[in-house]
Design a binder for this molecule. Structure first.
Ligand code: NAI
Length: 248
């Protein structure tokens, strides 16, 4: 095992796990001995994930699932039994309020907010969390934008603020059933999502980060590992910002 954490015997579901932050979370849990299932809608990146992580082939399962589609989630949830769910899938469609279309708005809400509801509900409805597991975990990927807002991201900020509200609600509802539910709020992380931004915007964002660098996918994956560990069993209903001091 190649990790300071030990998740052998644990089953993890990562949505949007085929690239970016989700890929790193998948890799990190595999390195810590876990069995990981990835739900992602992109077949090409799923194939790439399988190739890149072929050394873990026996512990990695992949399914093409669209989190915006409750039927797709319910069908995929027919198999598997999980200790930990990482709701990570997300998209952006950035535009100022004046330019944002109704489609831009609903696509982002459907993926980044309703998607988390669809996935989590499909697992709960079908009793797919291990009854015997005393440390069940749900980690929802939010964003500092959900706490502070951001120019050009009405849709994304609304969805991520909704994720934070839903996280706190689930923490209250599911605590007695052996779950903790927390949100991670990344700042500015280097992934295909942010690489799509113009160079000058990237530079001006980095200038605002106290530690003067973009975050890495490892910065986020390590926090997910900690929140999933037995040591974090009294952290519930909180939002952990991982932003290098962007928002102070
Ligand atoms: P990414 O674009 O690199 O990866 C997102 C993954 O989600 C992709 O594999 C994509 O295929 C999958 N996905 C998207 N829509 C889906 C759907 N409907 N069904 C199934 N899978 C779907 O994005 P990145 O940067 O890795 O972001 C991951 C999460 O972290 C997202 O929730 C994002 O909002 C959040 N985040 C990212 C930040 C960043 O700076 N990169 C900052 C704050 C939050």
């Amino acid at each position: 095992m190649n990790s300071k954490f030990n998740f052998s015997e644990k089953n993890i579901l990562v949505t949007g796990g085929a690239q970016g932050i989700g890929f790193e979370i998948t890799k990190s849990f595999l390195a810590a001995g876990a069995n990981v299932t990835v739900w992602d809608y992109n077949l090409e990146t799923l194939d790439n994930l399988k190739k890149e992580l072929s050394v873990y082939a026996e512990k990695l399962a992949c399914a093409q699932v669209d989190v915006t589609d409750a039927k797709s989630c319910n069908a995929a949830a027919k198999s598997g039994e999980f200790d930990i769910l990482i709701n990570n899938a997300g998209i952006t469609r950035d535009k100022s309020l004046a330019k944002m279309t109704y489609e831009d708005f609903t696509q982002v809400i459907n993926t980044n907010l309703t998607g988390l509801f669809n996935v989590t509900k499909s697992l709960l409805d079908q009793n797919r969390f291990k009854e015997s597991s005393s440390n069940k975990r749900i980690i929802n990927m939010a964003s500092v934008v959900g706490l502070y807002g951001n120019f050009g991201q009405s849709n994304y900020a609304a969805a991520k603020a909704g994720v934070i509200g839903m996280t706190k609600t689930w923490a209250k509802e599911l605590g007695r059933k052996g779950f903790t539910v927390n949100a991670v709020a990344p700042g500015f992380i280097s992934t295909p999502m942010t690489q799509a931004m113009p160079e000058d915007v990237l530079k001006s964002m980095v200038d605002k980060v106290a530690v003067k660098r973009m975050g890495t996918t490892q910065d986020i994956a390590q926090v997910c590992l900690f929140l999933s560990s037995d040591e974090a069993s009294y952290i519930n209903g909180t939002v952990i910002s991982v932003d290098g001091g962007l928002t102070i």
